[in-house]
Every structure is written in structure tokens, then in C-alpha cells.
Design a binder for this molecule. Structure first.
Ligand code: NAD
Length: 321
């Protein structure tokens, strides 16, 4: 039986990944500061602990796992990443986890390790035009990420690549572009745009008003969780190291995203644009490289994922009442 370690298994992507790996027949150890919030973990073993702690990290890597998935990070949506209030924690916590994970994975001889980087590594100067952002993998340098979160991700990409060059650590690196879906953070300040917009629309009676940060003309693409995991597994099964974008090329403005969710909800609401953290003006995945290297790329229309997402958020909002 193949063995996998999933770090960040209590989080959004990690908890879904554990389910996928179990479905594929892996023996899975999940590790996180917390248990998954929205469903019971299906991991064979789930250890609650802090991967910043070297001894704990070493203990979690007590065998040469066939596959390690390093998803643990101090992260959140724009309200967490772009205010600047969490920069020191984001950099220190995530970098410490990655320093430990790269070192002990190499030491114990794990067969393959996946690292989740982010579209936030791309230079701000290529993302000023909302209609024409540039996010091809080779455009990462000269580096100018728009957040400390992006700088830490870029540092850690380089860290894992150094371990690959100097110690043959067999790495795979993906740059995720706004992954969304059920069972992710949807309230409390760390939620990302699709969850925040679905929640606001679910909570507001027909004819009411929701707030959107900025002028809503900033553009993004959003990838549903199951296509994200499909990309991760295909990358792990390939010989391609990356970094490679794992994202959708269906770019929409935040206003269009809100309109789409209103349409799904069957509500007509007005949008009030308010001051708020925004990030870059435009961002979209560029899927040339993934299509070339893996012979696959995400294709599912955004609306289909949003329907599933809205349904789940509506249940959460109703349960809270
Ligand atoms: P998440 O916040 O839901 O999951 C991250 C998990 O890491 C959390 O459960 C958290 O408790 C855990 N963690 C944090 N510090 C830890 C520590 N010291 N020890 C052990 N566990 C710790 O986020 P997610 O959306 O599931 O993202 C997973 C990964 O993908 C992260 O590395 C994130 O940066 C990256 N990523 C996500 C997106 C996205 O759109 N969701 C986009 C780009 C990159």
C-alpha cells in the first residue's frame, strides 16, 4: 500500500486531498494544527501538532513516505494577506514549516514531495491591467510579488528546488490560482472572495445590498477544488517538477463573480463598493505549460463550481441562524 503524508490536512485543500488519496487506496497520515472543521477526517492517522516545531516535524517524517503533500501555511484571503497586519506571522510561520519539511523529508528519504505555491508570486507590474494580466510561469522574475505571502511562497519554491539540486529531493511545485469549493473557510476574516461573496448573498434578502471591496473591476480566475486536486495528482504522477500553474483561464471581474452568484441564488441585489484590501488589478492562470507538460488542463466552467459552493454556503448560513 502506498503511503502519503498530508501537511495541512485540517485545512480546505488538504482535507479534500486526504479524501482523494484514500479513494485511490493510499495509507494516509494527516497533520495540522486543527482537525477539519466541516467533516470528519478519513485519514488513517491524524496528528494535531505544529510543523514549526522541528522535533514534531521530524516525528511526522518517521518513514520514507511514497508521497508527501506540503500544504500547511499561514494563509487567508485578501482581508488577511493584503492588510499588512499579519506579514510577520505569515512569513515566519510558513517559512519555518517549509524549512523543517524540506530538511526532514530529504533526511528520511521521502520518495516525492509536493509543494503548494501560489499565483501570488507573480510580479505586481505584470498585473496592472485587469483585462490583460501576465502570469506565465517564466514571468516570475524579476520578482515583485504584491504581498509578503507571495514572497514567502517564492522563497520556499527556491528552497525546495535547492534541495532538489543539492540532495535529489524529488519535488513537484504547483502555483495555485484561487481554489474554491465547499468545506473551506467562509467567515471570520480568512475567507477568500468566492466564499465571502456567496456568504454575503446568502445572508442578504432579495432586493438588499452587499458590499464588495474596491470598484469590483479587479479580475481573477477561480478553480474548483476537484480540478485542483486532479492537477496535483497528475503533476505528482508525472516527471515534471514545475513550478506550474494550476488554475482556470476563465477570468471574471469581482462584479461579474457577484452577478453570477446572485443569478444562482435567484436574487437581485445592489452592490456597494467600499474601501478594502484588493491585491493586484488583474490575474489569470496561463495554462500553456500545464497543457504541454501534463497533456491536461482544467476545463470546467466557473458557474458549475459556484453552484455547488453556493449551495454549501447557504447550508452553513442557515445552520448558523
Ligand atoms: P487552509 O488555511 O485551509 O489550510 C492550511 C492549513 O495549514 C490550515 O488547516 C492550518 O491550520 C495549517 N497550518 C498552518 N500552520 C500550521 C502549522 N504550524 N503546523 C501545522 N499545520 C499548520 O488553506 P488552503 O486553502 O487549504 O491552502 C492550502 C495550501 O495551498 C496553502 O499552502 C496555501 O498557501 C496554498 N494556496 C491556496 C490557494 C487557495 O486559493 N486556497 C491559492 C494559492 C495557494
Amino acid at each position: 500500500m502506498k503511503t502519503a503524508l498530508v501537511c495541512g490536512a485540517g485545512g480546505f485543500i488538504g482535507s479534500h486531498l486526504v479524501k482523494k488519496l484514500k479513494g485511490e487506496g493510499f495509507w494516509v497520515r494527516g497533520v495540522d494544527l486543527k482537525l477539519p472543521e466541516y467533516s470528519v477526517t478519513v485519514a488513517d492517522e491524524f496528528v494535531v501538532g505544529d510543523l514549526r516545531d522541528q522535533l514534531f516535524c521530524q516525528k511526522m517524517l518517521d518513514r520514507s513516505f511514497d508521497e508527501v503533500y506540503q500544504l500547511a501555511a499561514d494563509m487567508g484571503g485578501a482581508g488577511y494577506i493584503f492588510t499588512g497586519n499579519h506579514d510577520a506571522d505569515v512569513m515566519h510561520n510558513s517559512a519555518t514549516i517549509n524549512l523543517n519539511m524540506a530538511y526532514y523529508s530529504q533526511k528520511v528519504g521521502v520518495k516525492k514531495i509536493f509543494y503548494s505555491s501560489s499565483a501570488c508570486i507573480y510580479p505586481a507590474y505584470n498585473q496592472l491591467d485587469p483585462d490583460n494580466p501576465k502570469c506565465s510561469e517564466d514571468s516570475a522574475y524579476p520578482a515583485e510579488p504584491d504581498s509578503e505571502y507571495g514572497w514567502e511562497k517564492l522563497f520556499s519554491e527556491r528552497l525546495y528546488l535547492s534541495f532538489y539540486r543539492n540532495y535529489n529531493l524529488n519535488v513537484r511545485i504547483a502555483r495555485f490560482h484561487n481554489i474554491f469549493g465547499p468545506e473551506g473557510t467562509w467567515q471570520g476574516g480568512k475567507e477568500k472572495a468566492p466564499a465571502a461573496i456567496c456568504r454575503k448573498i446568502a445572508e442578504t434578502p432579495d432586493g438588499g445590498e452587499i458590499e464588495v471591496w474596491g470598484d469590483g473591476k479587479q479580475t481573477r480566475s477561480f478553480l474548483f477544488i476537484d480540478e485542483c486536486l486532479e492537477g496535483v495528482r497528475r503533476l505528482m504522477d508525472s516527471d515534471f517538477i514545475g513550478p506550474v500553474n494550476v488554475g482556470s483561464e476563465e477570468m471574471v471581474s469581482i462584479n461579474q463573480l457577484a452577478e453570477m452568484v446572485m443569478n444562482i441564488a435567484g436574487k437581485k441585489l445592489s452592490i456597494k463598493h467600499v474601501e478594502g484590501p484588493n491585491g493586484v488589478r488583474g490575474r489569470n492562470s496561463d495554462n500553456h505549460l500545464i497543457a504541454k507538460k501534463l497533456g491536461w488542463q482544467p476545463t470546467r466552467p466557473l458557474r458549475i463550481g459556484l453552484e455547488l459552493m453556493y449551495k454549501w454556503i447557504l447550508e452553513q448560513v442557515s445552520d448558523k441562524k
